[in-house]
Ligand binder design. Structure first.
Ligand code: ADP
Length: 769
């Protein structure tokens, strides 16, 4: 086979020439130029008239991966597996036979099936007679070039879509300040179509002052060749107002590093400015709050050191920020205690806990000894958590609750005091809540609290009644307690009463009052014993009255029924005495005399006894008694006796007192009579006096008689008690007993002065009221 001069296309020929250093006219013939084909970078494939490969150059081996030996004799179609791009399906054979050459770009595959983008030129080889001998293909691998183009296009598309879709204005200006590129956002911000912006400068598009600002910035960029960011306030035609922008501008450089103009990226930040202002205002507002709030606020960093605090905190703690900044709270308090008085450990401080746990620590009560004194604070610590989920700061808010805690403690103490009183008091105590029906009428009550005395006095146990209703606890009581207590609880009245509980079989003295709305409390005593004694006393009194009336009866009998037969006995004895005196023997006369004396004495005894019994039963009205008068009457009554005995009576000034006059006469008469009766050999001298001693008068009757041995000073007041027999001194032994009764009836006492050596001195008191 011989290769004749070919109709190679001009660029192919050019490339061949370049590679081979041969002239345009040089004839290519096989095999002489085989050396030339072997050094070409393009694949050169020669096929025979049946497209079977007869030559496969090294470049073809390189590009397709098939060795020459592997492909020789095979059809080109089998080896190269050409695939046309798109829908193109050209008839290569036809074109070659008609034109003698064919040029195209298509995909072919390497030995390892990797697709290659091939630019190919095929020419037909003919002999001198125009008979086709074969074909020669020169294939160039364009894969790399095509890929770069693709990438470039993709990058452009991405960039373009960013530029067109962003809300930021992006533009290019040349060195004269004319816009050479603007994106849609620029057009929108400027309120003009892109076509009206391109080619114009800022003087054409903005107000003079704004254009001045913009061009000054641009000048700075061009002079310094650097990228800078500006905040601009420009009048917007579209919005009809001044808008704020943040614009980054920089130099736009050519390939040769010369400046071609400037680029700009601008963003409308008007709304952000508003937000910024609001943030500043809000910050100011919170700062003012921080500074004026009553609550103390202390900020600490993550290591617990104090960084700032508000004036309230300074006031409460008694430290200025400057004094404690950088210190930890536990270092600045001298003492810190819990409410129960136990010490607060450093790791128990709320801020410490908040920093360590990352959790809010709420409502901790701390007692602190600080420069402002002992203070109680209610503390709340809040950690501020950073992006790494760790607290980077903690702030603690606190109130001074000293007054409250002190009051609470006082209350607790007082509660304790009252609780102990409550538990120890002997009176029963119970607190209840009244239960009403739908009409507000009390129907029951519930036991809320009782004291131990309650249990003792009622026999009811705490665990059986607390929280339970009266209707369950004492269901069958005859007393309508609900009615009584309903009024106390609902109308806030206090009542005091005695009542008998049939259910408990006890008498109670009850004080009920209302300590709060719908509540009532009772304080009570079991008076069952007192009631029993009272009842017994009543019974005794009743019997006493009965006895008294029997006694009156007896007095009547004694005065009438006894005295009458005694009078008959005495009369007949005296008759016997008169008639038979000296007619009987001497003994008989003597016996009759004894009998007469005995009968007379018995008569006196009965009289005195009657007198004695009458003192309490007879009830003369108390009147104002003049004791001078009393003394005169007594002297008159005893006139004969006084004269017979040469009695000398003297007296001090005697008072006027309310008393039973008859009994007073009887009293004085008894005492003066005794002073005369128990006279000594000397003429009787009697002195009567009275001294006032507050609410009573002390009277004295003293004589110069035989006196009374002090050992008998008590006995003489007993009834029938005498120190002498009737032969010595006539008497019944009732006089002083009667005197004692009279004095006692007048609220006084009577006694004999035992100090006295000569004579006798009786003292007695009479109430002056
Ligand atoms: P009576 O005089 O009838 O014996 P009283 O009751 O009057 O009974 O007195 C009791 C006793 O007290 C008398 O028996 C007498 O011993 C003694 N007595 C009373 N008054 C005097 C007096 N003034 N001086 C001495 N003894 C007196």
């Amino acid at each position: 086979m011989k290769i004749m001069k070919q109709n190679l296309s001009s660029d192919f020929q050019e490339r061949a020439n370049k590679n081979n250093g041969v002239g345009e006219k040089q004839q290519i013939s096989m095999p002489y130029n085989i050396e030339l084909l072997s050094i070409l970078k393009d694949a050169v494939i020669i096929t025979d008239e049946n497209f079977k490969i007869s030559y496969w150059n090294p470049a073809a081996e390189e590009i397709y991966g098939w060795k020459s030996s592997e492909v020789l004799g095979k059809t080109a179609k089998t080896v190269l597996r050409t695939k046309f791009i798109g829908n193109e399906q050209p008839n290569t054979s036809k074109m070659l036979s008609e034109k003698g050459s064919y040029e195209n770009e298509f995909l072919q595959f390497t030995k390892k099936n990797f697709p290659l983008y091939i630019s190919s030129k095929i020419v037909t080889i003919t002999d001198g007679n125009g008979v086709v001998n074969g074909h020669i293909s020169i294939n160039r691998d364009m894969t790399a070039t095509k890929n770069t183009e693709k990438k470039l296009k993709r990058s452009y598309n991405i960039l373009n879509s960013i530029v067109e879709n962003t809300n930021d204005a992006i533009y290019l200006k040349n060195l004269s300040g004319n816009y050479i590129m603007v994106n849609t956002a620029t057009s929108e911000i400027m309120g003009k179509p892109i076509s009206e912006i391109i080619g114009k400068n800022d003087w054409d598009l903005y107000h003079g002052e704004d254009a001045e600002v913009i061009t000054t910035e641009d000048k700075e960029i061009i002079e310094n060749i650097e990228t800078l960011t500006y905040e601009e306030s420009l009048y917007s035609e579209r919005e009809g107002e001044i808008r704020d922008y943040i614009t980054t501008k920089g130099p736009y450089m050519g390939f040769d590093d010369s400046i071609l103009g400037i680029f700009g990226i601008g963003r409308d930040i008007t709304h952000l400015k508003g937000v910024e202002e609001r943030i500043v205002k809000s910050e100011q507002k919170y700062r003012r709050l921080f500074e004026t709030m009553i609550q103390g606020v202390v900020y600490q960093d993550s290591s617990g050191k104090i960084t700032s605090m508000n004036p309230a905190a300074e006031k409460i703690l008694g430290y200025s920020l400057a004094e404690i900044q950088g210190q930890k709270p536990q270092d600045i308090v001298q003492e810190s205690v819990h409410e129960d008085g136990s010490e607060f450990l450093a790791e128990e401080f709320p801020s410490y806990l908040a920093l360590n746990t990352g959790k809010e620590i709420e409502d901790v009560i701390m007692g602190l000894k600080i420069p402002s004194g002992y203070r109680w604070l209610s503390v709340h610590a809040v950690p501020l958590i950073g992006d790494d989920d760790k607290p980077f700061q903690v702030y603690t808010t606190f109130n001074d609750v000293t007054d409250k805690i002190v009051a609470q403690n006082e209350l607790k103490k007082s509660e304790k005091r009252y609780r102990s009183l409550f538990n120890k008091m002997t009176e029963g105590f119970a607190l209840h809540e009244i239960v009403c029906d739908s009409n507000g009428e009390p129907v029951d009550y519930i036991f809320l609290d009782i004291n131990p005395a309650f249990e003792e006095l009622t026999g009811l146990k705490r665990e059986d009644i607390i929280g339970r209703r009266e209707s369950e606890v004492i269901p069958e009581d005859t007393v309508n307690w609900v009615k009584i207590y309903g009024e106390v609880a609902l109308e806030d009245v206090s009542i005091h009463f005695n009542e008998y509980s049939s259910a408990l079989n006890r008498h109670y003295d009850v004080l009920a009052f209302s300590p709060g709305k719908n509540q009532f409390a009772v304080i009570f005593n079991d008076i069952s014993q007192r009631v029993r004694i009272e009842n017994e006393l009543k019974e005794t009194l009743r019997q006493l009255k009965l006895t008294n009336s029997e006694l009156k009866q007896f007095a009547y009998i004694a005065s009438h029924d006894l005295k009458e037969p005694l009078r008959v006995i005495t009369s007949f004895l005296q008759l016997l005495q008169r008639r038979y005196k000296d007619q009987l023997d001497e003994d008989a006369d003597e016996f009759i005399n004894f009998a007469v004396d005995g009968a007379i004495h018995l008569h006196e005894l009965i009289d005195d006894l009657l007198e004695y019994s009458k003192i309490n039963t007879r009830s003369d009205e108390f009147t104002c008694v003049d004791f001078e008068d009393v003394l005169k009457i007594v002297e008159t009554n005893l006139d004969i006796l006084i004269k017979e005995n040469n009695v000398f009576i003297t007296s001090g000034k005697l008072p006027k007192i309310r008393a039973d006059k008859t009994q007073m006469i009887q009293l004085f008469q008894n005492l003066i009579n005794n002073s005369i009766k128990y006279r000594s050999v000397k003429s009787p001298e009697i002195h009567i006096s009275a001294t006032n001693n507050g609410d009573k008068w002390i009277f004295s009757v003293e004589d110069n008689g035989i006196g009374i041995p002090s050992k008998y000073s008590k006995q003489i007041f007993k009834i029938f008690k005498r120190l002498h027999d009737s032969y010595e001194y006539n008497g019944t032994g009732i006089g002083l007993a009667i005197s004692k009764r009279i004095v006692e009836k007048h609220g006084g006492t009577i006694w004999v002065d035992t100090e006295r050596i000569n004579g006798t001195k009786f003292n007695f008191t009479i109430r002056s009221g």
